[in-house]
Write a new protein. Sequence first.
Length: 112
Amino acid sequence: MTCIFWHIVAHELPAEILCEDNDLVIFKDINPAAPIHFLIVPKKHIDSINGLDEKNAGIVSKMVLAAKRMAEQHGVQSGYRLMINTGREAGQVVYHLHMHFMGGWGRKPVIR
Ligand code: 5GP
């Protein structure tokens, strides 16, 4: 099973990668819905929350802890939103488990 995130995780397609470890890759969403919008993506392919079981569900706590670290690093501990769309009716478009990290609403806009 391949999908666009699988290719990003494998470095076969470009993305603005912020960090990576043995389990996760974190990159900027191509179409941000918040001033800060990252995607926290497991390296191992799992379609969605529906594909979790007792053996692989530990990845979700790693995703949440990565989100906490991102909030610290980007100075948005005062408010951020984590979202996992699951299934077509909820708006899931990419069938490779991912958590949206959104925040930064309190920041001043950048004037160019
Ligand atoms: P979903 O609706 O499946 O939860 O969210 C998929 C997200 O992936 C969307 O917010 C969309 O903007 C983002 N996305 C889709 N394709 C790409 C891509 O090729 N690169 C990056 N960085 N983000 C993508």
